[in-house]
Design a protein around this ligand. Structure first.
Ligand SMILES: [Zn+2]
Length: 91
């Protein structure tokens, strides 16, 4: 059984460029796809990045399968498995 806090997990799906690039496996909590970090080729700029150029804010990875910004990498500390992704999706 999974008792992960979805809110905590969702934090890792935003502004997560570094985390994704350092991961070995990535997944999407929206469509449950599992893929390699290299497959993430679309990135969304942080909403307020332009307003705060002095702070580096990581971009957000876009899922190569469903196009939504719900990608999580295993570097987050969560094991990216289909069971994990399904559990997150069903909440
Ligand atoms: Zn997806």
């Amino acid at each position: 059984m999974f008792h992960h806090d979805r809110k905590k997990v969702e934090k890792h799906t935003k502004n997560n460029e570094c985390e994704i690039r350092e991961s070995e496996t990535c997944g999407c909590i929206n469509c449950s796809a599992i893929f390699k970090p290299e497959e993430v080729t679309s990135w969304q700029d942080a909403v307020d990045a332009a307003e705060h150029p002095e702070h580096h804010i990581d971009r957000t990875g876009i899922c190569p399968h469903c196009g939504d910004a719900f990608v999580i990498g295993d570097k987050s500390g969560y094991k990216v498995t289909s069971a994990f992704l399904d559990a997150m999706r069903m909440r």
